[in-house]
Design a protein. Structure first.
Length: 364
């Protein structure tokens, strides 16, 4: 009986390298695929040349690990799709006064679709990635769960994946911690065992999104001129462009007070930013758009666990499915339009969406 074939996403880092090794340990036949998502050569300017995404070192690392195991490796160019679905959205969201999460959008609209299509072309039964999350089959359905490593859990960035694709997805690192992954890579002499972890947006060098926006979309950015800084509805200063600010920002606002002030709201239409004291950043809830449920909508409980940003703690809340609203049991700080909000029932991911608007913000 022939082995089941798995297409493994290879980024050139330690996580995807160990994911490949674990797939082989599980008895599957493997093919390594590196997805080239950002092509520096398509753009001029040092900002793009400095980006670390999908470079020679990453591709070389993936090839070395595949060669180590005698596994075929291919590089696929999905840069056009990535630019259309992720980069253009990234720019448009900032111009709309919102703060996007490109990793979530990439998983939802580029990686899984493209990967499954390639899997079909190569006769692969499954795809696998190095994400720290788990998939369990329960009552005939496949459900997404948090990874066992709370510090590395990546279920938050996977809420947008269509539920139907979970049946063909393997996440071999979900039951491992990051130290265990590093130790495994060193024990098996993988070339990527000591590759440092990248925490930046893959196509934005040094996490300098302001510089990226100006380089990538200069004509759009030139249309955004200075505007007013407001507090309690009154003009108290001028800003140099609202795309330079994010909700909750304290430094570099351009006005000074005896007590710290924070960005409370960004209004692209009026070209204004509103600031307040810290207590003014709290919201009772938010309106959610672009919802994607990973379980049957009729099974969604009223009381859920909620995560409003990647590094925030999970809190309790109540869903109003008729209005696509979520109300937190306790007010939350800096609820940011454009960011993802993910709903859990304990360890299980119920679904997620995009924060559209804060509800009942404190006046301060």
């Amino acid at each position: 009986m022939s082995k089941k074939r798995v297409l493994v996403a290879m980024s050139g880092g330690v996580d995807s390298s160990v994911a490949l090794a674990k797939i082989l340990d599980m008895g599957y036949e493997a093919i390594g695929i590196t997805m080239k998502l950002w092509d520096n050569n398509k753009f001029e300017g040092s900002q793009f040349q400095e980006s670390t995404c999908c470079g020679i070192e990453e591709i070389t690392g993936a090839k070395l690990v595949c060669n180590h195991y005698g596994v075929p490796h291919y590089t696929m160019d999905f840069s056009d799709s990535f630019i259309e679905e992720v980069v253009e959205n990234f720019v448009d969201e900032y111009i709309a006064g919102r703060t996007p999460n490109p990793c979530v959008r990439c998983n939802s609209f580029v990686k899984w679709d493209a990967f499954l299509q390639k899997a079909d072309e190569l006769g692969a039964d499954f795809i696998a990635t190095g994400h720290y999350a788990q998939i369990f089959q329960e009552n005939g359905e496949y459900n997404l769960h948090k990874g066992v490593d709370d510090k590395k859990d990546q279920s938050y960035v996977l809420w947008g994946i269509p539920q139907i694709t979970l049946a063909r997805t393997i996440l071999p690192l979900g039951n491992m911690t990051k130290p265990e992954v590093r130790a495994y890579a060193k024990e098996h002499n993988l070339a990527t065992a000591t590759v440092p972890e990248s925490m930046e947006i893959c196509f934005v060098a040094d996490n300098d999104y302001k510089k990226f926006l100006n380089k990538y979309a200069p004509e759009k950015m030139e249309k955004i001129g200075p505007g007013n800084i407001l507090q309690d509805g009154e003009k108290i200063g001028k800003h140099e462009g609202y795309t330079q600010y994010t909700i909750g920002q304290r430094k570099g606002i351009g006005v000074t007070f005896p007590e710290p002030r924070y960005v409370k709201a960004i209004d692209a239409k009026s070209n204004t930013i509103t600031i307040s004291k810290k207590e003014g950043l709290f919201s009772d809830g938010c309106i959610v758009g672009s919802l994607n449920w990973l379980i049957d909508k009729s099974d969604i409980p009223e009381n859920v666990n909620v995560k409003i940003r990647y590094n925030s703690p999970i809190v309790d809340g109540k869903i109003n499915l008729d209005k696509d609203e979520i109300y937190f049991d306790t007010p939350q700080l800096s609820v940011t339009p454009g960011q993802s909000i993910v709903f859990y029932d304990g360890e299980k991911v119920l679904g997620g969406g995009i924060i559209e608007k804060q509800l009942n913000m404190v006046a301060a």
